[in-house]
Write a protein that binds this ligand. Structure first.
Ligand code: K2U
Ligand code: ZN
Length: 177
């Protein structure tokens, strides 16, 4: 397994539409293992393959949710999820706001409205087809990652002024780093 570099705005690769995967094989599973290790190291709770420069329709996620009644500083329970060629097959009318961030737009956070409930279809780590409901943070995260597969960032849902300010701030941050 390897930790890969996460590309950040204004890298034009992030605007690319990712291509479907032909086969879920050992090579793809090795890439998904690298994506998961990279996501944990960032740290984050989701990562799309394009964020490490691979323009293919693959997402990894681990919401690391705390068990019921656990205290604040308790560690979230690891529950890695893998999504190959994911599709959103239904979206609720009602939407929910959520303060989003993105590993490719570091230190920028802003509110985005998204459908509160979605139904998704994807291939899992073994290449089996799965259909699942997603609500709450799961729904927010999968829609955020599915945007990445279309070359869309969460700042693209904001005003032009906010978007331009975010890109300028990240340019300064990454130049200084
Ligand atoms: O795509 C990414 O950069 C991963 C995001 C996923 C995400 C964005 C917004 C809302 C939910 C998930 C990163 O994990 S951002 C870090 C983060 C961590 C915990 C909760 C929300 C965001
Ligand atoms: Zn993101």
């Amino acid at each position: 397994m390897a930790i890969r570099e996460i590309i950040t705005v204004p890298n034009p690769l992030l605007k690319q539409v990712s291509k479907p995967v032909d086969k879920v094989d050992d090579a793809l599973r090795a890439l998904m293992d690298d994506m998961l290790e990279t996501m944990y190291d960032a740290p984050g709770i989701g990562l799309a393959a394009i964020q490490i420069g691979e323009p293919i329709r693959v997402i990894v996620m681990d919401l690391q949710e705390k068990p019921e009644g656990a205290d604040e500083e308790a560690e979230g329970v690891k529950n890695p999820r893998y999504f190959v060629n994911p599709e959103i097959i239904w979206k609720s009318e009602d939407t929910l706001p959520y303060e989003e961030g993105c590993l490719s737009v570091p230190e920028i956070y802003d509110e985005v409205q998204r459908p509160a409930h979605v139904k998704i279809r994807y291939l899992n780590y073994q290449g089996e087809q799965v259909e699942e409901d997603a609500e709450g943070l799961y729904a927010v995260c999968i829609q955020h990652e599915m945007d990445h597969l279309e070359g869309v960032l969460f700042i693209d849902h904001l005003s032009k002024l906010k978007r331009d300010r975010a890109v300028t701030k990240v340019k300064k941050l990454t130049r200084a780093a």
